[in-house]
Design a protein around this ligand. Structure first.
Ligand code: SF4
Length: 244
């Protein structure tokens, strides 16, 4: 029988490993992947996220005001794909660290109080005049047709460039199936930044007017706000501290 144990200190679920039957090992494995839907990365309230720029404006608003989060509904197969992407990041960042030493800093948190934006880039190169690195894992069919960088990734990177003042960044794509890679050099675009900043300003204005921005339900499976996005609560309910 599968037994789940709660580790109160870490607030995450651990699985009992006393039963060594093959069927139990597979059950534990599946349950563990499922339990990862409960993992919750703390996000900064009052800050917009560059990685969400191209996605649901309502999700961006709910994050901005610090709405309660709920477990995601990511199926195990997709979870493994996401973890594969994380493993590729770790591998490449480790290699770059070995090559460049102190001239490469992995996982850098970037914050702009002026623009109310907070994000985490995959790395910063500290030589020449500096550059940002974003690593992306992608499936074989997507990789084959990748003749230019994806728009959402460019917008994310462009925002990092605005925050840091660096002129260029690199979007480095890796095929998850065979680790083929392609790198694009991206220069800062003021026009793109102005368009994206306007979107964020409109979201903030909408919150101030106690209205929700529109929904884009193309990626709800990854969203931690699905339980509140269709509720009767309005932005005011959160801003006045009555969210519970
Ligand atoms: S559940 Fe879907 S529509 Fe609602 S906020 Fe999240 S991504 Fe947007």
């Amino acid at each position: 029988m599968l037994v789940l144990k709660k580790d109160q200190k870490k607030s995450s679920t651990f699985l009992d490993t006393t039963n060594t039957k093959a069927s139990n090992i597979k059950s534990l494995y599946r349950e563990y992947l499922k339990s990862m839907n409960n993992n919750n990365r703390k996000s900064s309230v009052g800050m917009f996220s560059p990685s969400m720029l191209a996605y649901c404006p309502r999700q961006q608003a709910l994050k901005f005001i610090g709405a309660d989060t709920s477990p995601t509904k990511i199926p195990n197969k997709l979870r493994l794909i996401l973890e594969e992407g994380t493993a590729i990041h770790d591998l490449i960042q480790g290699i770059l660290k070995n090559i460049y030493g102190d001239l490469f800093i992995p996982e850098v948190t970037l914050i702009s109080k002026q623009y109310k934006i907070s994000g985490r880039c995959d790395g910063i190169f500290k030589f020449d005049s500096g550059a940002i690195l974003e690593i992306k894992g992608i499936g074989k069919s997507g990789f084959k047709s990748l003749y230019k960088p994806k728009e959402d990734h460019v917008r994310q990177l462009n925002t990092y460039l605005k925050i840091t003042g660096f002129d260029i960044g690199y979007l480095w794509y890796f095929c998850r199936d065979d680790l083929s890679d392609i790198m694009f050099t991206i220069g800062f675009s003021q026009e793109l930044w102005e368009g994206d900043y306007k979107i964020l300003q409109d979201i903030e204005k909408s919150i101030e007017e106690n209205k929700w921005p529109v929904r884009d339900d193309g990626n709800c499976i990854m969203c931690r706000y699905s339980h509140v996005c269709k509720s009767d609560k309005l932005p005011r309910d959160y801003l006045s501290g009555t969210k519970n």
